[in-house]
Design a protein around this ligand. Structure first.
Ligand SMILES: NC(=O)c1ccc[n+]([C@@H]2O[C@H](COP(=O)([O-])OP(=O)(O)OC[C@H]3O[C@@H](n4cnc5c(N)ncnc54)[C@H](O)[C@@H]3O)[C@@H](O)[C@H]2O)c1
Length: 382
């Protein structure tokens, strides 16, 4: 039987545009699906660079205005891989046009904006997903399986960190290509919406919803030259953010993120401590899951380092032979595979826009608490 085409219209050809394109190109090679992904069109504003990108990755056509891309009737899925301040407008227009939507994280610049995006996809009844890709690193998915099987028992603690060091130089400008993350108008916030959003999505997936938070943030470099205006302007993002949280299941949490941890490039780690077992994961060693089971016989009890690459580990049976590890890019391939399976089975895979909104509610409460210096309640999705 010929496969049904799934025609992608990608917006943005930067870091994530490449990660997504690689996932679209690989998914049918490794996962049995009824749909065949087609790289139909890519959109960005610089036509020359766009054509070069389209040629390299095999996109059939280009558009320099995302509105024209959305209006095309030969596009099934709009994939949003542009800076945060563009997500809402594009997603709401794509939903109105009846397109399926894949949107980069964070979903909106804040909760109220993300609410409109959720309302738009719910009204249009279109499949939707947010690219919180770390859920689909096989070791993280294995952690989810172990927790859901009840192996950890009652959970006491959740501890997450996401540390980088690339903005320590005060001469680094803000705004424009790649550096839009330092410009609060384009990014919405600093490490809270960028890095902690990943930690929060994983945490709520593994350990349930968060009720209350108390936070502190800091902007170490107060002014930077803006690439678009050429002027030295106030920096509006948080360079570092740390918060305490209480989960609905009674467990306590600490979260920390910074771009000023000299020596750390993308050190995303989390640890969960339950009454029977503990789990630790580290993005720099992403194919391993550290697992301690108190039920093990005392003399040999200790932390196990599970090399997550065997045929019965999540996603691994679709790839190589046991022992050959998977990396960062595979998490995106897995996400596309699950999105398509969701369309085919009618059981949507998460994180959906509603899940993305739940994360935006937590980051809103964190940023509010950093200002009020009080514990803040996290709004819940309906
Ligand atoms: N899931 C992850 O792990 C992860 C990692 C990095 C970035 N992100 C998210 O992905 C998004 C993009 O980040 P990035 O690192 O790829 O950024 P980037 O700067 O590398 O690329 C952004 C792209 O968007 C294009 N663009 C900007 N405005 C546009 C417009 N109005 N119309 C069309 N194209 C436009 C730019 O030309 C560029 O190609 C952000 O929301 C970011 O938070 C997610």
């Amino acid at each position: 039987m010929p496969k049904q085409p799934l025609r992608i219209g990608l917006i943005g050809y930067g870091f994530m545009g490449r990660a997504h394109s690689n996932a679209f190109a690989q998914v049918n090679h490794f996962f049995p699906l009824e749909h065949q992904v087609q790289l139909q069109a890519v959109c960005a504003r610089d036509e020359a660079k766009l054509k070069e990108f389209a040629g390299k990755w095999g996109y059939k056509s280009v558009e320099t205005d995302w509105r024209k891309l959305i209006a095309r009737d030969d596009i099934d899925v709009i994939d949003i891989a542009t800076p945060n301040n563009t997500h809402a407008e594009i997603a709401i227009a794509a939903a109105k046009a009846g397109k399926m939507i894949l949107c980069e994280k964070p979903l909106g610049l804040n909760g109220p904006q993300a609410e409109k995006m959720v309302a738009a996809v719910q009204k249009a009844k279109v499949p939707n997903m947010v690219w919180y890709n770390y859920r689909r690193c096989p070791a993280v998915t294995l952690a989810k399986q172990l927790i859901d099987e009840g192996r950890l028992g009652k959970i006491f603690h959740y501890r997450a960190k996401f540390l980088q060091d690339w903005t320590i130089n005060p001469d680094l400008p803000q705004g424009g290509a790649a550096l839009w993350r330092l410009d609060v108008k384009a990014a919405g916030s600093g490490v809270t919406g960028d890095l902690l959003a990943h930690c929060i999505d994983t945490a709520m997936w593994l350990n349930g919803s968060i009720d209350t938070v108390t936070a502190m943030t800091e902007t170490f470099i107060k002014e930077r030259k803006h690439n678009l205006t050429g002027k030295v302007e106030k920096v509006g993002i948080d360079d570092a953010s740390a918060f305490l949280a209480r989960f609905s299941n009674g467990s306590l949490a600490t979260f920390e993120s910074t771009r000023y941890a000299r020596g750390h490039k993308a050190l995303y780690t989390f640890e969960i401590n339950g009454e029977n077992a503990s789990i630790f994961w580290d993005l720099h060693d992403l194919h391993r899951l550290q697992y301690f089971d108190h039920h093990d016989q005392g003399r040999v009890r200790g932390w196990r380092s599970i090399h997550v690459s065997d045929g019965d580990h999540p996603y691994c049976g679709n790839w190589w032979v046991p022992g050959l590890q998977l990396g960062y890019e595979h998490s995106f391939v897995h996400q596309v595979a699950d999105f398509i399976k969701g369309i085919e089975t009618g059981k949507p895979a998460g994180p959906t826009f509603k899940d993305g909104l739940a994360t935006d509610y937590v980051t809103d409460a964190v940023l509010k608490s950093a200002k009020t210096r009080k514990w803040e309640k996290v709004k819940k999705t309906r």
